[in-house]
Design a protein around this ligand. Structure first.
Ligand code: SAM
Ligand code: SF4
Ligand code: FES
Length: 347
């Protein structure tokens, strides 16, 4: 009966809320089969390719106060840094030499990064590396700002919706942040023609199985090109310090369901998954993920971008991570490719 639901998903038949919930509640029995089918679907659309995105963590300053994040403004113990335009471009240069063809500029919401500064950086990267994609992950900005950044050449934007349940959203964020504005941003990004990534944390405080079933319906409705999910991991200097981490098993199972629901989606096996389980990223790839996002930030600042405790790879150089990942990916029967790795529309 559970396998039948997986088969229906693979045939691209929509599941109801109750059917997704049944799968989530009985995941122990069906996760092997779900992973096998999700791997096959991934293989059908993208072959053996695993795409790499070079993550450049441009700033650890943030004006927001999300209850779960170590970079939140109220965390007085956080070490803050920001990269200059030149430093960001140097990171991209190093990444290009290592085979990266997508650069992801991520950071806290930091007013230092005006539209003017960011547009200059984007134009420079696109001029120097015309065969590369620029992805931004800089949080909520105005419609006008998103428009200017797109015009400057940004291709993609990652903005996790965090939760599709408005009441849950309010329990994860202070009143200054609203579900409504997050959704406004996602709609703007789609309307402006960005390839858009949404996503959520698995096992975030107060999340229920019902919420997860809703997440899958939400993703089906939004039809994003990318979905970023990873386990919630507590950070000792946040209000959520005493909550448990989300589990690798549940994250991996949800990766399979996402792959089956959105067959062509670009789906990272995240660093957070590799943090809660030493072979979490490999398990993610075996269950349908096809993207890895190693860190290209300068070694000197890596330990300062601490969104959660015990983050892996903060002491390693990008080149070391790439070698390490090549070996890990080879064990899954897949292969890291030097490719922009755009979303593949219907052939
Ligand atoms: N400031 C931007 C934003 O919030 O969209 C981008 C950077 S933010 C650090 C990127 C993502 O990290 C968030 O969307 C959130 O899902 C994730 N994150 C934050 N705190 C986390 C935690 N404690 N455990 C796992 N993921 C976390
Ligand atoms: Fe800032 Fe993003 Fe962290 Fe929220 S999740 S505190 S917006 S860096
Ligand atoms: Fe960074 Fe293994 S991926 S050291």
């Amino acid at each position: 009966m559970y396998k039948e639901l997986i088969d229906r998903l693979e045939r691209q038949q929509a599941l109801s809320f109750e059917e997704y919930l049944t799968l989530i509640k009985n995941r122990e029995e069906v996760r092997g089969y779900a992973a096998e089918r999700a791997f096959a679907v991934r293989q059908k659309h993208y072959g053996n390719a695993v795409f790499i995105r070079g993550l450049i963590e441009i700033s650890s300053y943030c004006k927001n106060d999300c209850y779960y994040c170590g970079l939140r403004a109220s965390n007085k113990n956080a070490q803050r840094y920001r990269l200059t335009a030149e430093e960001i471009i140097t990171c991209a240069e190093n990444g290009y030499a290592l085979g990266f063809r997508t650069f992801v500029l991520q950071g806290g919401e930091d007013g230092y990064y005006t539209d003017e500064l960011l547009c200059g950086v984007i134009r420079e990267i696109k001029a120097r590396f015309p065969d590369c994609a620029v992805t931004l992950s800089l949080g909520e900005r105005s419609t006008e700002s998103y428009r200017l950044l797109k015009e400057a050449g940004a291709d993609r934007y990652l903005l996790r919706h965090e939760t599709a349940n408005e009441a849950h959203y309010r329990r994860l964020h202070p009143p200054a942040l609203s579900y409504e504005n997050r959704q406004r941003c996602i709609n703007d990004l789609k309307a402006l023609g960005y390839q858009v990534g949404v996503g959520f944390m698995v096992g975030s405080p107060f999340q229920t199985d019902e919420d997860l079933a809703n997440e899958l319906l939400y993703l089906k409705k939004i039809q994003p090109q990318m979905v970023g999910i990873g386990p919630f991991i507590p950070h000792g200097d946040t209000p959520f310090k005493d909550f448990e981490s989300g589990s690798a098993e549940l994250t991996v199972f949800l990766l399979s369901l996402i792959r089956l629901t959105l067959p062509r989606v670009l789906l990272p096996a995240t660093t957070a998954l590799g943090t809660v389980d030493p072979i979490g990223r490999e398990k993610g790839i075996m269950a349908g993920a096809n993207v890895l996002m190693p860190n290209l930030s300068p070694a000197g600042v890596r330990k300062k971008y601490m969104i959660y405790d015990n983050k892996i790879c903060t002491g390693d150089e990008a080149a070391q991570c790439i070698e390490c990942l090549k070996g890990r990916v080879a064990k899954t029967g897949c292969e890291i490719v030097t490719d922009k790795g755009d979303y593949r529309n219907e052939l």
